[in-house]
Design a protein around this ligand. Structure first.
Ligand SMILES: Cc1cc2nc3c(=O)[nH]c(=O)nc-3n(C[C@H](O)[C@H](O)[C@H](O)COP(=O)(O)O)c2cc1C
Length: 371
């Protein structure tokens, strides 16, 4: 059996799955549900000192991803004393998410939450609905000051959640490490407008919000890999994790633990139970004795663009018959290099430039690259 125990910033989690900050963790009893579903830890919805009533509507979903303009917990920090008692009654690890505009306000919220029993603090530095915080989240000096102030006022580990909207995520991650932060989480939701109803000329929600769910996973993966390649601070991967395979992807690119938000919001806490079980089964079937063996495994295969060599390669077929009526590779080949005869396709050697698109488009994966 694979050892799923995950030591993340000193927190002894029973597996690497953490339920991300959001309204599914809006109070003690919802937070407890995630722990009972089997998560290694949960993160409260972000607690601020000026808790406000929510705008309505504030969440939209288009079948792929979600936009939210939810602005933090509507429970005042003092109210979290009671909520933390409920959350902690499940016996698991509860991380408190806090946000503020100044280091001293952040430190105040963090020390309150430590007193109420939080096992760690996650500082949420960005808010895609509000441009002001996105600017702060890109500034390594600001992040350094905020992190240092919190670190020097609490004894529990401090994690900083980074924004993909920041232009220099690795510099921000280094600032966290220099200030004594224990880890970074990457990424928060990404500033977006989900869509526009063209008959009514109305955006899906009336203001900018944070994009989350499956479509942001490639952005999260790139952020995690960038941080892993440029610093040695522990990373929690977040963004678009929908199944256990996505968690493995994040871990292979350097994450020690992962967070899940939108998948829980859309599919319920059962999705976490499923992911935990399936990750364990997958690790067992791959002879992995400790889940942390996965960490960073794909990084050695990730080169910088300058290291890429121009090697001759073309697309070839493994000879299996094509799917009935399928013409995708022929239609999409911008080099006109694929010919179809009956049920078989062939790349024309002197036209195929080895771009690789057909190998990812082929629905039965019969095309692959030949070097
Ligand atoms: C409705 C909603 C509310 C959220 N609220 C918070 C929040 O209070 N604090 C925070 O740091 N992130 C918040 N997030 C961001 C998530 O924690 C997570 O970083 C992001 O959604 C990407 O992960 P996902 O694709 O698994 O949802 C929220 C996301 C959603 C969808």
């Amino acid at each position: 059996m694979t050892n799923m125990l995950t030591d993340f910033v000193g927190l002894k989690m029973k597996n690497p799955f953490i339920i991300a900050a959001g309204p599914w963790n809006r109070d003690g009893s919802s937070t407890k549900k995630g722990l009972l579903a089997g998560a290694g830890a949960v993160i409260t919805e972000t607690i601020v000192s000026d808790a406000m009533l929510d705008v309505r509507p504030r969440i939209a979903y288009n079948g792929f991803g979600a936009q939210n303009i939810r602005l933090y917990s509507d429970i005042q920090v003092e109210g979290w004393e009671h909520e933390m008692d409920i959350a902690k009654s499940a016996g698991g690890i509860v991380i408190a998410s806090v946000s503020a505009h100044t280091p001293s306000e952040l430190a105040y919220l963090a020390s309150k939450m430590e007193k109420f029993g939080a096992d760690a603090i996650e500082i949420s530095v960005s808010n895609p609905a509000k441009e002001g915080l996105e600017v702060l989240a890109s500034n390594p000096d600001v992040i350094f000051d905020m992190t240092r102030e919190v670190v020097s006022n609490v004894r529990i580990p401090v994690i900083v959640k980074l924004s993909q909207n920041s232009t220099n995520i690795s510099r921000v991650a280094k600032a966290v490490q220099k200030a004594g932060g224990s880890a970074v989480s990457a990424i928060n939701s990404v500033r977006c407008i989900l869509g526009v109803d063209i008959e009514k000329a109305e955006p899906s929600l009336p203001t900018y919000g944070g994009y989350s769910g499956v479509p942001i996973r490639p952005l999260g993966l790139a952020s995690v890999a960038t941080i892993a390649q440029t610093s040695d601070i522990p990373i929690c991967g977040v963004g678009g994790i929908d199944n256990f395979r996505n968690a493995v992807e994040y871990m292979m690119l350097g994450a020690s633990a992962v967070q899940v938000g939108t998948a829980v919001m859309i599919h319920g806490f059962e999705r976490i139970t499923e992911m935990v079980e399936q990750l364990e089964e997958w690790c067992d079937s791959h002879g992995i004795s400790d889940v942390q063996e996965i960490r960073g495994k794909a990084l050695k295969n990730l080169k910088s663009f300058d290291e890429m060599k121009i090697e001759p390669a073309i697309s070839i077929s493994d000879g299996r018959p094509c799917r009935e009526g399928c013409n995708e590779c022929v239609r999409s080949c911008v080099y006109n290099a694929i010919e179809k005869t009956g049920n078989e396709v062939k790349a024309i050697g002197d036209r195929c430039t080895g771009c690789g698109l057909c190998t990812s488009l082929c629905p039965i994966k019969k095309l692959h690259m030949k070097w």
